[in-house]
Design a protein around this ligand. Sequence first.
Ligand SMILES: Clc1ccc(Cc2nnn[n-]2)cc1
Ligand SMILES: [Zn+2]
Length: 263
Amino acid sequence: SCSWNPDSLHHLPVHPLWQSPLTIPGGTRQSPINIQWRDSVYDPFLKPLKISYDPATCLHIWNNGYSFLVEFDDSTDRSIIDGGPLENQYRLKQFHFHWGAINDWGSEHTVDCKFYPAELHLVHWNAVVYPTFEEAVMEGDGLAVIGVFLKLGARHEGLQTLVDALPAVKHKDTVIEFDVFDPSCLMPSCPDYWTYAGSLTTPPLTESVTWIIKKQPIEVDEDQLEAFRMLLFTSDGEEEKRMVDNFRPLQPLMNRTVRSSFQ
Ligand SMILES: Clc1ccc(Cc2nnn[n-]2)cc1
Ligand SMILES: [Zn+2]
């Protein structure tokens, strides 16, 4: 487990959402976790992840009071992932991010106890086996979430179109049309990933997620991270609370092995 450096001036903030003893009684596969690189096990039978998104399936961006979500039309198999650790193809439903108030933390997963300033989650569901997303959320093989770490570096041109739209969804429960966006532009070039059996990291916290965490981060610049931090948890008219530190604390690994697609 990660023992935080006692000298560090900061103690990780815990947002009210996650302050309550937010535990699933008897939970054995909760997320997020620390990925200890040396404890991950190379699995030569893991396939490359296949991603095929149709940019025209993009619908809108909305601020749901936890994060901002970009939602997709998941009524057909036009935007899907397949391969990797998955036995079926999974349909893209939405993507969103988790980030910190400062660059020292913000990601949900850590690698060797290192936080990244933010983490992208692309949420997919098993429409081959389950009739609706809501049912898939309740099943062990119902969801597949791709996690991509964001690190401070060069400006990300693909992300900028998203950043430019954020002022329009500043407050909770605001939404704007966003009709063409290809999330493939947010994927790192390296195919390597870790995978493990986990859960959603906000309510309903169901243990229904096959996590696929990309090894290589993407680079974004300070202005782009600051744009995330100007969003609000609060609705228009309420006392403003900046949307920051919307990540869940690390959860125990328990009886799980993290597999890697690379040696
Ligand atoms: Cl449906 C749903 C519920 C919670 C979240 C938040 C989350 N869970 N795992 N990563 N992010 C995403 C989608
Ligand atoms: Zn998430």
